[in-house]
Ligand binder design. Structure first.
Ligand code: F3S
Ligand code: F3S
Length: 116
């Protein structure tokens, strides 16, 4: 099991989740954040702090958000636009910093109406 950040995070990026994660496995993309599935220890600390309920355990994702499990994985294991190799498992988002890139599917999502 792992936790997944769904597209409800797009254009919101509240960042409360990143402060809660004890293993620093939540990484900042351009429009949303992504959980590294192999680094997540399934502690669940991130889930209740998200103001837009964007975070779920992968097994309880709403049907419309099941695609986000693959999206979180793709952020780390596909070669993202403008990069030469996959991010993989960097071992902590603090040392990586904001990445200014998203998966192609996320980059093309319409603006989130919940965002200011
Ligand atoms: Fe971190 Fe949330 Fe996993 S706090 S360890 S990403 S369940
Ligand atoms: Fe996004 Fe919620 Fe974290 S909006 S940045 S998943 S607290």
């Amino acid at each position: 099991m792992t936790y997944v950040i769904t597209s409800s995070c797009v254009d919101i990026k509240d960042m409360s989740c990143i402060e809660e994660c004890p293993v620093d496995c939540i990484y900042e993309g351009d429009r949303k954040l992504y959980i590294q599935p192999k680094e997540c220890i399934d502690c669940g600390a991130c889930e209740p702090v998200c103001p837009v309920d964007a975070i779920y355990p992968d097994r309880t994702l709403p049907s419309e958000s099941v695609v986000d499990k693959d999206e979180n994985k793709a952020f780390f294991y596909d070669v993202l636009p403008g990069r030469d190799e996959p991010l993989g498992a960097p071992g902590g988002s603090m040392k990586v910093g904001p990445l200014d890139v998203d998966t192609p599917r996320t980059a093309e999502l319409p603006p989130n109406p919940e965002a200011d």
